[in-house]
Design a protein around this ligand. Sequence first.
Ligand SMILES: [Zn+2]
Length: 288
Amino acid sequence: MKRTLFTLLFLLLGFMMVAQEGPVNVIVLGAHPDDCDGDAGGTAILLAQMGHRVKFVSLTNGDAGHYARGGGDLARTRIAEAREAGRRFGVEYEVLDNHDGELMPTLENRLKVIRLIREWDADVVIGPRPNDYHPDHRYTSILMQDAAFMVIVPNVAPEVPPLEKNPVFLYAEDRFRKPYPFEPDIAIDIGEVFDQKIYAMAAHASQYFDWLPWTRGQLQNVPEGEEARLAMLAKQRPFAPGPEVKECLIRWYGERGASVEHAEAFEICEYGKQPDEKEIRRLFPMLK
Ligand SMILES: [Zn+2]
């Protein structure tokens, strides 16, 4: 009862702050329908609960993400899965019609990304780092970097009004170490919404319970039944914060940060607005 009351109070405070300062607009860029979910899904749920606006965009339609299916049939499944995931996260989910496995950092795609960021009136843009293993992920990162700054230039994509202020661009956490490992600047405790994140991710059934286990030779180990599948997905996610993320959590949450079990961390990209601590707490009000 006390906990419910506390949650209600927290939500009420959140809405009062949104009413005062206006919502924070966050857009997350992923290469495939399911990438944004793992990178920033918990943060998105927390922001949406407080009345802020979050949009996930997949730059490809995911039509190569299967061993037995492909093309338009698979793309339609993945668009439907993304829509359901968006509903479960409480965010808008858009899937662009580029082929999976063939994303290129073309001028056409750069202009598309610039328009999306402007149309969302983004305060924060989140995407992968450019040293990821997957070419689609790398080029998603390049497209994000190419849009940083250009979103405020009126003569680029002039049919959509430019943003008045450059957003903060953030990289989502990964495990790649070359040329340099991920350096967390912001870390969000997502413990209270972790189960909801897993439930929302599970909407991508063609991926988490079919294609990805197949790539690891473990298709035969996928259980039947929703509960067992959710438990499997929750166990697989590498969310236990490493030493650097733990240190970052302590920076933002004080000593209680040391005991956070599930976190999402972000590194500030050098190309966009460089926020100070006060600005970061405004953009991520769960840190207030
Ligand atoms: Zn991906």
